[in-house]
Design a protein around this ligand. Structure first.
Ligand code: AP5
Length: 211
């Protein structure tokens, strides 16, 4: 299966990608995670991306397209993959088409802006390994401490309320038009992501089983 996950920041793409990845035994390629790892490792790309990512702005198309080209050439992608966070603009979608990648579906998880703002305030991430938690429904065993590596849990810089509003604005301007792009290719699936994680997962797996 070759799948694109669409949806606003915080719609639950990463959360659902974990389940789909396990179910279909395919890797998830998250451009956000790749860029955050580069930032943490202090690479040239990471340093350039820092200001953008912290303000919730998009990194230049050419940079992200280069990252994806390199990553998709790795052998674990041969049997399919999930793209989480790419494409995010029409030029990125066109670049993917130009790479000759045939996708099975673009699945959009639909969540209202007000729910997103509420959700993001509860997210905590491990500053060491990046594992993600939520104060309401995915709590760590010990408050403030990562279950996986015992690292410290922090609020992602771009989850501050003002930055979330900017990310939502950019999503509506630049990324949401991709729904029409994939609809025109007869590839668009939409699921309601407003309910809790378990209900959303059931809808996602049902939609994918019908492809
Ligand atoms: P990225 O990391 O891709 O940010 P994003 O899309 O904003 O992703 P999020 O992780 O915030 O949202 P998600 O939908 O995965 O939600 P999650 O499952 O984590 O990108 C970050 C930055 O990198 C961008 O701003 C940009 O600067 C740059 N970048 C990345 N890709 C780029 C590209 N292609 N082009 C240019 N720049 C790019 O869930 C969020 C929280 O909600 C979690 O705490 C989760 O537990 C909780 N949650 C999930 N589902 C539910 C539910 N159903 N009910 C209640 N809570 C839920």
């Amino acid at each position: 299966m070759t799948l694109i996950l669409l949806g606003a920041p915080g719609a639950g793409k990463g959360t659902q990608a974990e389940v789909i990845s396990d179910r279909y035994n395919i890797p998830t390629i998250s451009t956000g995670n790749i860029i955050r790892a580069a930032l943490k490792n202090g690479t040239e790309m990471g340093l350039k991306a820092k200001a953008y990512i912290e303000k919730g702005e998009l990194i230049h198309d050419d940079v992200v397209i280069g990252i994806i080209k390199e990553r998709l050439a790795e052998s674990d992608c041969d049997g399919g993959f999930i793209l989480d966070g790419f494409p995010r603009t029409i030029p990125q979608a066109k670049a993917l088409d130009d790479m000759g990648i045939a996708i099975d579906a673009a699945l959009s998880i639909e969540v209202s802006d007000s729910e997103i703002v509420k959700r993001m305030s509860g997210r905590r991430v491990c500053e060491k390994c990046g594992a993600s938690y939520h104060m309401d429904h995915r709590k760590p065993a010990v408050e403030g401490v990562c279950d996986v590596c015992k690292g410290k849990l922090v609020i992602r810089k771009d989850d501050e309320p003002e930055t979330v509003l900017n990310r939502l604005k950019i999503y509506h301007e630049s990324t949401e038009p991709l729904k029409d792009y994939y609809k025109a290719q007869d590839k668009l699936l939409t699921v309601e992501g407003q309910d809790d994680v378990k209900d959303t997962t059931a809808l996602v797996l049902k939609a994918l089983s019908e492809i």
